[in-house]
Design a protein around this ligand. Sequence first.
Ligand code: UDP
Length: 414
Amino acid sequence: MTKLSLDSYVPIVGEDVVSHLRQLGGLLEGKKMVHVNSTKSGGGVAEILHRLIPLLRDLGIDATWEVMEGSPPFYECTKLFHNTLQGNHIPIPDRLLQIYEETNRVNAARLRPVLEEADMVVIHDPQPAGFLRHCPNRKGTWFWRCHIDVSHPYRPTWRYLREFVKDYDASIFSLAAFAQPLPHPMYLIPPSIDPLGVTNQDIPESEIDGVRAEFGLDPGRPLVTQVSRFDRFKDPVGVIEAYRLAKEFVPGLQLVLAGGGADDDPEGAAVVAEVRAAANHDDDIHVLLLPGDAHRTINALQRASDIVIQKSIREGFGLTVSEGMWKGKPVIGGNTGGIRLQVFDHHTGFLVNTPEGTALRIRYLLRNQELMREMGEKAREFVRENFLLTRHLREYLTAFLGTMNGFENRIELT
Ligand code: UDP
């Protein structure tokens, strides 16, 4: 795992932020913390854990990250969890639920010694939610960390999952609208991006030019980009519709839809086929299938764009929104979930509900270059204040301290 020092963040967030983190971290020094999720690469959770774990370690916390393993039917089941918790009405067959429970049992048994010994365990999302009941001798505090938009879940799925989640010591949601009634304390902690990670660090202009050349993008014509897994909730086909509508008024417009699959997402290939059909051989629509480690390419593509789009119809948070904003781009984002936290409508970008609305905002921004620059600057500062990893780390530390201190409402810093 990469070694990281919080001191490298001082030039970006200031000395005080880092020394506050060291004070909070000092209270947890030497404690064992284990994070568990279901994929090492692909998707926002893995992206965050790759950077959060080294920073926790830099604070002296003995943090580790475990990844559960499953067979294709397990991922079929958890993708159904994902889709139905985000609102699709599809009953999940018992056959798949049995595989879900068995996979949780087997993985929890493999990891039990580590999990039962840990002072803090953070279980990310529904995939490993069943671990808790297989660790009867647990010593530490267990958190269920939900990254998805469960504001309007399909009730049968939530009722099923709730049986596993309710026994945790606490849960963490990204925003208030997602919190569901649970018999334990709930924390609201939005995710974050790492300004020093490969996806967001500064890169030379020559590298951006290189990526433009590699993918045949014309630097003299406007470019709008959506980076995301090929998932229907991200509405890539809606982005193509918006591009077509906008192109009637902006003839040179180019569109990039860039993404790869996540190891735990079995639906990607079908969605790519739908996207290719919708693109219908238009040379100015670039559908890029990227490998899981193409973070520098994504960084360059976001920087090469005039506008970043994230037209999701459901979205837990949408790291790609903050990634675009950090690069000084206005973001046109779907008016849903965590995108609403990041896109401050008319200030850091625009919130949209339809392809028509998206097209209108693309045209409007491309015609007002000065406004686009101003919005981009505001967007970057908004991310600096609210959505960097250092803020995320602080909120995690306070949640851990609060819970471990028996919910005392005062934490004394030395
Ligand atoms: N990402 C990536 N490769 C891709 C598509 C996305 O590395 O092909 C990254 C993207 O830059 C972002 C994360 O994966 O950091 C996706 O997180 P987000 O919250 O936007 O969506 P999720 O996939 O978790 O729903």
